[in-house]
Design a protein around this ligand. Sequence first.
Ligand code: UT7
Length: 329
Amino acid sequence: MNNLRPVGIIGTGKYVPEKILTNADLEKMVETNDEWIVSRTGIRERHIAAPDQATSDLCYEAAVKALASAGMTADQLDLIIIATVTPDTFFPSTACILQDKLGAKQAAAFDLSAACSGFVYGLATARNFISTGMYNNALVIGADCLSRITDYTDRNTCVLFGDGAGAVILGEVPEGRGFQSFDLGAEGAGGNLLKLEAGGSRMPSSTQTVEDKKHYIYMNGREVFKFAVRVMNTATEDVLKKAGKTKEDIDLFVPHQANIRIIQSAMERLNLSPDKCVVNVDKYANTSAASIPLALVEAAEQGRMKEGDCVLMVGFGGGLTWGASVLIW
Ligand code: UT7
């Protein structure tokens, strides 16, 4: 895409709900314990949305901060993309609900569904709109309220998830900076490994689907784990190659925060020291589409990136899907 305008991140913001659910709290809810959760996942606590908070409310808080950090007002936005699997409603889209809340009257708005890979899919989509000149800027948010679709009587899943939103503003950046490459992919054949079955056109909501707990996340953890380790490696290799970079060039690695063991396996493969990897799965657990932007924005807030640094984001999730990007900060 050398003949197109360079696009990068010009503003960042994040939000997690106030309420914290600790491993000790979960010990009182299901047959589990802190030692199992920490040693198998690295998770210590997660944030849970208040009863009156929906995904668009988390997005709003993150978006206001991202706009302020970009020095922009909402009416200057050209495009809003929200990556989520827990929209406020099927329709209107959460992006349209946010457009109204922000007063972003000029912005086109839509949601994007690629589960935990959704934020990277959203970045690629927005980058292409801007680099081709159709729009000058975009607000891209990864946000999920997984607590709304989690069965808190199922210890296999309820210890793993949390709620949050991470937002970035994309715009034109100087030559040599911004997004260098993307690697997006899907393996639809593995869709049954991680899903929410009911409520769509295949299995509309009914008293039976509620009784059968089909409105909660189902996951085959072991199989998703194997997929995750595999594609974290292949997507990282592919996206580095497309950018003309090697693993030695990585200044900051920003992986999807699902399980510390998956992150550690990728770090070992890349021979990365801990100071080059963002880990916050201990505080937020797996927040699906919000996971990578929460990690990226937190790293930015902590001053972990400097101008010109090579940042590699990589994630995987339901679909099955994966997404990776190399970004020069
Ligand atoms: O964001 C997208 C996707 N999701 C993921 O990335 C998740 C990927 N998978 C994983 O992270 C891991 O597979 C899990 C953390 C979900 C599970 O870890 P595991 O090492 O694969 O454990 P397991 O599923 O093989 O279960 C081991 C044992 C089982 O007992 P038995 O059958 O060996 O007697 C489980 O019943 O651990 C038991 N177990 C628990 N014990 C205490 C499962 N959940 C719990 C729990 N507390 N919360």
